[in-house]
Design a protein around this ligand. Structure first.
Ligand code: NAD
Ligand code: UGA
Length: 315
């Protein structure tokens, strides 16, 4: 089962699993019949043999019947995004990221699902000195979103530690994932769109923020590898190794599209950390994983997807 299958990462994961011949039940509360983003994200998977899509809210739906014979739950459903989490939607973050996760883990335990791979976040580290974050570092989440992601991963691990729980958990701390179908609130998408359309780009702060940008295909490869990781693997960073500033992202977007970008500088946003950087030792040792796509090539693929006619038709 892939939760959040109509989302950015979940839709890529479901499609890759299907291409490998795996049977996938995708669950998401966004209905592809009425939600254009969900429809575009799921377009490649719908109709493939082995795929069943369930439009349902994990906060209320019966999860157990979806888990007969399930080998793995990839739990990616959640409310993402650092900055909006300060606003009135915090209760949605708590509901989906914590209460929904509790329901998923209860169902996994009852249905004796051997493995849950849960999407955690680099944001749980909070402000760092700029050096690589190791999974054993003391987390200092700096936004309401990050607090819910830390709670989510720890909740899953607490369930797994129960003596009566047959489910093992791997929590992946993804670092800023980008590529085709990236969420439209994210920076790489907005920088490429600004270059393509000529619309201004809003830059929060001076652009010297750095992220360990992770290409979507690399994130998916790590996620599938996590299904086969040794028992008690626990928490693993998934960082793409392309540590770059926002100004570098802007320059790549400009050079790929061949057009200047008009920038509107705004104040830095609360909860936005200056730098994320992953130590990838555990991903290498326990998942046999390392990133393969650098930022320039990954952004080229994202740009090509954005300029394909099918993208505009779906959007
Ligand atoms: P996304 O918003 O594109 O996908 C999340 C999906 O979850 C959405 O389709 C949404 O409808 C669904 N969902 C939310 N609450 C639900 C509920 N209660 N029941 C059913 N479906 C529900 O986000 P994404 O960028 O693909 O992120 C996926 C996961 O990875 C999230 O948990 C996010 O916190 C985490 N993550 C993402 C990134 C990144 O860079 N994109 C980095 C770190 C962690
Ligand atoms: C991303 C995802 O959005 C989160 O869901 C995820 O949990 C997180 O990665 C993670 O690594 O865990 P973030 O790093 O903030 O969060 O990625 P973006 O939303 O792309 O923002 C990157 C930077 O660009 C931030 O400093 C942000 O302030 C800035 N930004 C974003 C702008 O300057 N302008 C914009 O229009 C959007």
């Amino acid at each position: 089962m892939v939760t959040g299958a109509a989302g950015f990462i979940g839709s890529h994961l479901a499609h890759t699993l299907l291409q490998a011949g795996t049977t996938v039940i995708g669950v998401d509360r966004r209905d592809p019949a009425t939600d254009q983003t969900a429809a575009a994200n799921l377009a490649a998977s719908h109709g493939l043999p082995g795929y069943m899509h369930i439009t349902a809210d994990l906060l209320t739906c019966a999860i157990d019947p979806l888990l007969f014979d399930a080998d793995v739950i990839f739990h990616l459903a959640g409310i993402p995004g650092v900055r909006p989490s300060w606003g009135p939607h915090f209760s949605d973050y708590v509901a989906s990221n914590i209460l929904g996760t509790q329901r998923v883990m209860d169902a996994a335990t009852r249905m004796r699902v051997p493995r849950v791979v849960v999407a955690s976040s680099s944001s749980v580290y909070g402000p760092t000195s700029g050096g690589p974050s190791v999974e054993s570092d003391h987390p200092r989440p700096a936004s309401p979103y990050a607090v819910t992601k830390l709670a989510e991963e720890q909740l899953c691990l607490a369930h797994a530690a129960r003596v009566d729980c047959p489910t093992d958990v791997v929590a992946l701390r993804y670092f800023t994932v980008y590529g085709p179908r990236q969420r439209h609130d994210m920076f790489t998408h907005r920088a490429l769109l600004a270059a393509i359309t000529g619309q201004p780009l809003r830059l929060y702060g001076d652009g010297h923020q750095r992220r360990d940008f992770t290409y979507i295909d690399d994130a998916v490869t790590a996620t599938i590898a996590a299904a086969f990781a040794p028992t008690d693997t626990g928490i693993v960073n998934v960082g793409g190794g392309s540590n770059a500033s926002l100004l570098e992202v802007i320059n790549i977007a400009k050079s790929l599209v061949g057009r200047d970008i008009q920038i509107h500088v705004e104040h830095a946003r609360n909860g936005d950390v200056l730098t994320t950087r992953a130590n990838s030792g555990r991903a290498h040792d326990l998942l046999g994983w390392q990133p393969t796509v650098d930022l320039h090539n990954g952004m080229r693929a994202q740009m090509q997807a954005l300029t394909r006619p099918a993208y505009h038709a779906a959007a």
